[in-house]
Design a protein around this ligand. Sequence first.
Ligand code: G6P
Length: 365
Amino acid sequence: GMIDKGGYRHFMEKEIHEQPDAILNSLAGMTGEDGRISANMSREELQAIDGIVMLAAGTSHYASQVARYWIEGLARTPVACEIASEYHYRNPVTTGITTAIAISQSGESLDTLKAMRHAATCGLSTIGLVNVDGSTIAREADAILPTHAGPEIGVASTKAFTAQLTVLISFAVALAEAKGHIDAARADAIHDQLQALPGLVGKSLKLFDDLRPIAHQLKHARSTIYLGRGHLFPIAMEGALKLKELSYIHAEGFASGEMKHGPIALIEDDLPVVALLAADELMEKAASNLKEASARGGRIILIADERAVNDIDFEADIITVPAVDPIIAPILLTIPVQILAYLTALDKGTDVDQPRNLAKSVTVE
Ligand code: G6P
C-alpha cells in the first residue's frame, strides 16, 4: 500500500527506527545457503577483482570511504573512492583497477550513473550497489549487490547508509575469504557481530532522550566540527553532512589527527565538537586529540563505544553505544549521529524530510 509515516512525525524518524530491519534484511541478502557470508559471486569472480574504484555521491560516498578501510584491511585489495561528479569528466588511469562499484541508494543519481558508464568505457567491470530494484544503475551494471533497506523517503539518507555499510563489510569479508586473506574463524566472528547488530542498533535507538538536551544546545551553534580517526573519519564527515543538510548549521568533518595541521585554529570558546570514539587501537591517540580540542575551549560531545569512555580526562557530554567489535563500530556509531542531526533540526524547526534546496535523488548535473 501507500508508504506513510507509520505514526512517526517524519519519514526520517521512521527510517532511523527501521534500521534494525534494514540491516537484518541486507545481511540476509549477503548470506549464502550454507549460512555464511557470501557476495553471490563465484570464488573465481571474486579472485578476479584486483583493484576497485568506488563511485558515489553524498552519503553513499561516505559509505565508500568506510568500505575502503574494510576492503583494504581485510581483503588486501586496493580501493580508490571517487566523487562521481568528478570521475566522469576525468581521464582516469585504470592500471591495477579491474572493477568499479557504483554505490547509490536510488540507483538514479545522474552523476553516479555517468561515472559508472565512464568506468565501463575505460574497460572496468561494474557492480551496482543499489537499494532500488530495477533502477537504471541496477539494470546497467554487470553485477548487483543489493541493499534491502526498503523505500527511503526522507531526503537525508539514514537506513540506506547503514544498509550499504552492512553489504560493504560483508563484501569485504567474502572477498578476503576468496583471496585467502582471512581465516574462516575470523570471517564467522565478523558475521556473528553483524547478526548481533540489529539488536545493538535497536538499543541505540533509545538514545533519543539522552541526545535531546544536547540538540537543544547545538541548535544555537553557528558552526560545528566533527572528528573521527580511522574508519570513523568518514562517519565524522557523514555526521557533518547530516547536520548541515537538516539544520543548516555549518558543519565539517575532519580526521582527528589532522587537527594540528590547521583545523584546530577554528576552535574557540564553546565551539561544539562532535567526536567519535571506538575501543580500537587508535582510541588513545584519538582521545588525546580531543583533549587538545577541549583545552582550546571546544565543547566536546563524545559519541563512543561504552568501553572507550573510562579514561576520559576532559569535560565532555558523553553518549555511549553498547560495546562492539571495533570493526563494526562505524555502523553502530552512525545511529546517535543521525539522531543528533534529526533532533537539532526538529528543535530548530527546519523541514526535516524536505530540507531547502535539496532533492532525494538528483537526476541532473
Ligand atoms: C542526494 C541526497 C543524498 C544522497 C545523494 C546520493 O544528494 O540528498 O541524501 O546521499 O543524493 O544519492 P544516491 O541515491 O545516489 O545514494
